[in-house]
Structure formats: structure tokens, C-alpha cells
Design a protein around this ligand. Structure first.
Ligand code: NDP
Ligand code: GDR
Length: 341
């Protein structure tokens, strides 16, 4: 019998890649979807016919219990979140509820449905749980590169909510003996990345300018450094983490860091443009508190999971620019992403 996975956040970038990966591994894949008329659910149906859907919301405990009861999953991947960092200042309480408390509700749904009440659950037949933790938890870093042992100093309500979810996942592992792990993932991108995140904003901006659809691109802090990898590689790591004999947390990243300015340069060069003629620095796009530098030390994942990224930064950005040029040249709508590869 095929194994069954339940994914929250299946309509997002990672959810789509993870669902594809698990289907290719022979899983029966279920996605938790919310809302009455969510356009991203229609897009998901168009892209992935074999995924089954169950209604639920990370804000609603009862719906999560019903979903777990209905699906009877072997593995749960909790990717659902308010994930755009600037939005977490505008809607801090909602971010805490979805990105933070949502983890508690999902863990409780699994605990209740599995009948786990004692301090140490029987490992046999347990639902395995993956939590989408984030390098944003490191925030103002005290050491670089960052490992599984680097202390957290989150710099946004999003980072704080993720830190809560991270520690709670650890706590359910220690309190109830649950197979619950966190992947501390650094920024990962793709042609399916939301248009509000800086990589996609830049590759779409460069493509629009190249095609004469725009003349300028307004950006915030060009000096921030991030460790950017390819989302398709990172979802493989999520799956690998749930196949290990013992539950442990892992840092996933490339170990290389670049400034936003270098990202702009790579994207505009890939489009055959000089970025200095088009990019405008806009103070209003700077954040109340910035994360200046992130760089992963993925040694544990490399040695214990045998995980390796397949694309370099330059290959990733070139792929995204090419995809956006094709999308726009064919009249595609980036908000619908109908022509995603
Ligand atoms: P996206 O923003 O693309 O997707 C977020 C998903 O969360 C969507 O499917 C959205 O569904 C869902 N969601 C939002 N609110 C709720 C809710 N109340 N109940 C249930 N689901 C909800 O994120 P990514 O795919 O990029 O990231 C996946 C996860 O990994 C997130 O938790 C993110 O914080 C984390 N992460 C991402 C990194 C990255 O670089 N991409 C790095 C580290 C961590 P809907 O369509 O209904 O809005
Ligand atoms: P991040 O990603 O906040 O790291 O969170 P984002 O792409 O939004 O920003 C990266 C860096 O670029 C700078 N920046 C801009 N960012 C945006 N969005 N728009 C701009 O115009 C702009 N100009 C400069 C930002 O200041 C920042 O330093 C992502 C999300 O996917 C999180 O959910 C995830 O947890 C982390 O990555 C790891």
C-alpha cells in the first residue's frame, strides 16, 4: 500500500514542489486547502491532477482534527504560514496565529488523533511531522555560517512566530516522543515563487523591462545578504528528514551568500540589461528591522541525509529570468502563473 502524506500550504511554492516530489515517490498526496473560492486551489487542480484535497485552516483546530482523521496520514508536512516577512509587521497578530499557533494546532491534531497521552509514545505506527522552520529565526546573527546550534534572535513578528513553532516541535518530540522535526530552511526560490519576494520581483522586473512593459524597478535594501537556493532541491530535503531512524532538526542551504545587489546584477545581465539604468532604491521598502546576513552551514544535512543542492545561484537566477521572459512574452499573468514550468 502506498504511503499517505498530508501537506498544509500545498498551494504555495514549496507545497507544489513537495506534492510533485511525493507523487513521484509513489505517495498518496493530500493537500489541506482553505477558503470558499481560493484561486490558488483552482491553479493547484490544474497543475496537479493526482492530489486529493481536504478542507481545513490552521486557524481552526477542529478542521485540522477532522482532516487528520479523514486522511489518516503517515506523514504530515506543515508548510502553511503567512510567509511574507513585511506583512508580519502589518498583521502581527494574524501572523502569530497562523505561523506560530498553527503549529500547535497541527501538532495537537496529530497527538489527539493518534491517542498520544503519555510522556513517551510508542514509536511504531506514529504519524511523522515536518515543520517548515526558517533561517529568519537566526535574525541578527552572532555567528556565521549558521548551524543547527546557532542561537536565535528573530527580527520580525514572522521570525518570532517561526521560533515558537520550532521550539514547540522540539517540545512535542521531547514531551510525547513524537517523530516531529524541523527543517531550518534558508531562502529558496523558483519560477513558482510569489511575485512579492525579492528574487521573483527582480526576475519579473528585468523581464518586463526587457520586453518594454516597464522602465524601472523599485527596490529596498540592496545590501542585505541571503543564501539563495532552488526550491525543488529543498523539498527533497524535507522528505529525507522524515525517512531517518531518529527525529532531528537540519539546516538546509547552499553555504554561499550574495547581496540583493548581486542578485539584481545577475538577473539583469541574464536579460541582457544594465541594472544601473533601471533600478531605483526606495526607502519606503526598507524594513523596520532588517536581517543583514544569512549563510547556511548545511554540513549535517550533507553528511547525514546525503542532501546536495543541484543548482548554483547563477543557474537559478538565469532559469527564473528565462521563465519570466517566456511567461510574459506569451501573455501569461504572473499572479495566475498559468504557464509555470
Ligand atoms: P508560500 O507563501 O508560497 O505559501 C504559503 C502557504 O500557506 C499557502 O499555500 C497558503 O495557502 C498557506 N496558508 C496561509 N494561511 C493559511 C491558513 N490560515 N491555514 C492553512 N494554510 C494557510 O510559502 P512557501 O511555499 O515559500 O513556504 C512554505 C513554508 O516554508 C512556509 O511556512 C514558509 O514560512 C516556510 N519557509 C519558506 C522559505 C522560502 O524561502 N520559501 C524558507 C524557510 C521557511 P492559501 O493559498 O490558502 O493562501
Ligand atoms: P525574506 O525574503 O524576507 O528573506 O524571507 P524576501 O525575498 O522578501 O527578502 C529578501 C531580502 O531582500 C531585501 N529586499 C526586498 N525584499 C522584497 N520582498 N522586496 C523588495 O523590494 C526588496 N528590496 C530589498 C529584503 O529587505 C530582504 O533583506 C523569505 C520568505 O520566504 C520567508 O518565508 C522565509 O522564511 C525566509 O525567506 C527564509
Amino acid at each position: 500500500m502506498s504511503r499517505r502524506a498530508l501537506i498544509t500550504g500545498i498551494t504555495g511554492q514549496d507545497g507544489l514542489y513537495l506534492a510533485e516530489h511525493l507523487l513521484s515517490e509513489g505517495y498518496e498526496v493530500w493537500g489541506l486547502v482553505r477558503g470558499q473560492a481560493n484561486p490558488r486551489v483552482s491553479r493547484l487542480r490544474r497543475l496537479l491532477h493526482d492530489v486529493r484535497l481536504v478542507r481545513g485552516d490552521l486557524l481552526d483546530q477542529g478542521s485540522l482534527i477532522s482532516a487528520v482523521e479523514k486522511v489518516q496520514p503517515d506523514e504530515v508536512y506543515n508548510l502553511g504560514a503567512i510567509s511574507f516577512v513585511p506583512m508580519s509587521w502589518e498583521q502581527a497578530e494574524l501572523t502569530a496565529e497562523v505561523t506560530g499557533m498553527g503549529v500547535l494546532r497541527m501538532l495537537e491534531a496529530i497527538r489527539v488523533c493518534s491517542g498520544i497521552t503519555s510522556a513517551r509514545a510508542d514509536a511504531h505506527g506514529q504519524i511523522r511531522f515536518y515543520q517548515a522552520s526558517s533561517s529568519e529565526m537566526f535574525g541578527q546573527v552572532r555567528e556565521t555560517p549558521q548551524t543547527e546550534r546557532t542561537p536565535f534572535h528573530p527580527r520580525s513578528p514572522y521570525g518570532v512566530a517561526k521560533a515558537y513553532g520550532h521550539f514547540l516541535t522540539q517540545n512535542y518530540r521531547e514531551s510525547y516522543g513524537m517523530f516531529a522535526v524541523s527543517g531550518i530552511l534558508f531562502n529558496h526560490e523558483s519560477p513558482r515563487r510569489g511575485a512579492e519576494f525579492v528574487t521573483r520581483k527582480i526576475t519579473l522586473g528585468a523581464a518586463r523591462i526587457k520586453l518594454g512593459l516597464a522602465r524601472e524597478l523599485r527596490l529596498g535594501n540592496l545590501e542585505a545578504r541571503r543564501d539563495w537556493g532552488y526550491a525543488g532541491d529543498y523539498v527533497r530535503a524535507m522528505h529525507m528528514m522524515l525517512q531517518t531512524p531518529t527525529p532531528e532538526d537540519y539546516v538546509i542551504g547552499t553555504g554561499r551568500t550574495h547581496t540583493v545587489r548581486e542578485l539584481v546584477e545577475a538577473a539583469f545581465t541574464a536579460a541582457g540589461l544594465n541594472w544601473e539604468h533601471h533600478v531605483i532604491c526606495d526607502q519606503s521598502l526598507h524594513r523596520p528591522a532588517e536581517v543583514d546576513l544569512l549563510c547556511a552551514d548545511p554540513k549535517k544535512a550533507r553528511t547525514q541525509l546525503r542532501w546536495e543542492p543541484s543548482l548554483t545561484f547563477e543557474e537559478l537566477i538565469a532559469m527564473m529570468v528565462e521563465s519570466d521572459l517566456n511567461l510574459l512574452a506569451n501573455g501569461g499573468d504572473p499572479d495566475q502563473d498559468s504557464s509555470w514550468p
